[in-house]
Ligand binder design. Structure first.
Ligand SMILES: [Zn+2]
Length: 504
């Protein structure tokens, strides 16, 4: 090997090493009572005169603009020789650095936090919560870069809960293969409590929380295991290597991720049967989302548009059907009764039917306009002209399920639709589905057209509940009460039995 070739090879190897070097973050929280994180970001090998750095305006799973950049202060940047570089804001969420081909950039900033909520970063003297889209900048156009995060917990704290991979021998060090994985992996930091873990198909499932409360933790984890077993049996495949339920403390709401979920949680409520059912439904919902929306997904929900938000007309699938499946999972797991299931469906029908929004807005429009109307619709209007896909979505999901079961003599169900979407789009095509593709999967599973049901998605046409409930030997009584009909025929009885998860 000549010296020239040797040098050229060395340069190539060095540049490859630079390209593969992860963007490195350090997050510290020395004064948690002041409610801010200090972040240092180091990037290598970014070429060019200028380099733009961006903060997402939203976090996937919560379809509202949160403008995280507004919480970023004290931005500064230096090159590899610690010389300060000039920078300017060029949009609400863009910092343009005059990098002049510097081999290394070190950016420092703080993230002020205001509200303890699943979608926003938060820090106080009890715990820290990193909602990553609100904490980590990315170099514009380079979301595919690998990332490493070192957390420096406040001195009195020792635990971190996250779905991110750890680095052996390096405490509090985490890696993500790219920014999509990083932005999908929140971290909870503090003195946390871990409940007894379980495995399903050999895969570990952990529950780690900030002050989860006083309750029967063995019973609760046994219930959670049943939820995971029942939900994963619907799809027939578990796609992650580990899963973490991250309980961030009391409050409302949860956000789903590919191998974790963050949930507001107060276990003290588990002693009330009604609250226990609500909490298990909520956890089953967030868990089932790792299939339905993280992997079985509308084509618009990935790659994400972190600058503007990603709009789809199919949140009735991602949210509505997830509500429907939370009910079915609990029933099939033996954690709820037939009456609980009927009451859940009834409460959605009542919520939808008793508001004027049903005359004005279709389910597809409610999905698309959630960025304008909020997750539950514009409920404060004088005349309500919006609906919630959390109400109409699960109801229409049930009607599709009954229609498929009826059309196939109970040989197929909505479960087959979910399995096909998982296999054909997530596993094989490795992308989401369009509205037309979804319709094709549903109608080919049923073996017939479903025009009337798709009218319930795309129009405000009145729903014929009795027709579809009858397929399962059910009827709607006064005040939307769901009841069994007398003397169902064999097909009706078989559909009802398998839908209720009996004889499995
Ligand atoms: Zn949801």
């Amino acid at each position: 090997m000549t010296k020239t070739i040797y040098l050229a090879t060395l340069c190539l190897l060095l540049s490859l090493a630079a390209a593969a070097q992860p963007i490195a973050f350090t997050v510290s929280m020395d004064n948690p009572a002041a409610h801010y994180f200090r972040v240092v970001m180091q990037c290598h090998g970014l070429k060019g005169k200028n380099q733009d750095f961006k903060m997402p305006v939203w976090t996937p799973g919560y379809y509202q603009r949160l403008d995280f950049a507004n919480n970023l202060d004290s931005f500064s940047v230096t090159d590899g020789n610690a010389r300060p570089l000039a920078w300017e804001k060029t949009s609400g969420n863009t910092w343009r650095v005059q990098s002049n081909n510097a081999a290394t950039l070190t950016i420092s900033y703080i993230i002020r936090t205001k509200r303890a909520f699943v979608a926003t970063p938060y820090l106080d003297d009890t715990r820290g919560y990193i909602s990553p889209a609100g904490v980590f900048l990315h170099p514009a156009g380079k979301l595919q870069q690998p990332v490493q995060v070192v957390v420096k917990p406040f001195t009195a704290w020792k635990d971190v809960a996250t779905g991110l991979d750890t680095v052996a021998g390096e405490p509090y060090t985490y890696t993500a293969p790219d920014y999509d994985a990083l932005y999908d992996s929140p971290l909870l930091i503090g003195n946390l409590e871990e409940l007894p873990a379980f495995t399903v198909s050999g895969i570990p499932h952990r529950f780690i929380g900030y002050r989860p409360g006083d309750f029967d933790k063995v019973q609760f984890m046994s219930d959670l295991k049943k939820i995971v077993e029942t939900a994963s049996a619907i799809i027939g495949h578990i796609p992650y290597r580990q899963y973490v339920f991250i309980a961030i403390g009391p409050g409302a709401g949860g956000i789903e991720h590919a191998n974790s979920t963050t949930i507001s949680f107060n276990g003290a409520g588990l002693s009330s049967p009604k609250e226990r059912l609500r909490l298990l439904n909520f956890i089953a919902h967030e868990y089932f989302h790792h299939y339905n929306v993280k992997r079985i997904r509308p084509i618009e929900l990935g790659p994400f548009d972190y600058d503007n938000g990603s709009r789809t007309k199919m949140l009735w699938v991602s949210e509505g059907l997830t509500v429907y499946y939370e009910y079915l999972i609990l029933r099939r797991a033996g954690l709820s009764t037939e009456e609980d299931l009927f009451n859940n469906i009834r409460s959605n029908i009542t919520a939808f039917e008793t508001k004027t929004g049903k005359l004005y807005q279709s389910l597809a429009e409610a999905s698309y306009e959630t960025w304008r109307d909020g997750p539950f619709g514009r409920t404060a209007d004088t005349v309500v002209k919006t609906i919630s896909y959390y109400d109409k979505g699960p109801v229409v999901g049930m009607l599709f399920d009954f229609a498929i079961r009826h059309a196939t003599k109970n040989q197929r169900s909505l479960d087959d639709v979910m399995r096909r979407l998982y296999r054909e789009f997530y596993q094989q095509k490795q992308r989401g589905f369009t509205e037309q593709e979804l319709r094709a999967v549903i109608e080919s599973t049923a073996g017939s057209r479903m025009d009337q049901l798709f009218d319930y998605i795309y129009t405000t046409k009145e729903i014929n509940y009795q027709k579809y409930l009858a397929y399962a030997g059910l009827a709607m009584g006064s005040d939307h009460k769901i009841i069994r009909i007398q003397n169902p025929d064999a097909l009706q009885a078989a559909i009802l039995e398998s839908w209720l998860g009996e004889g499995r």
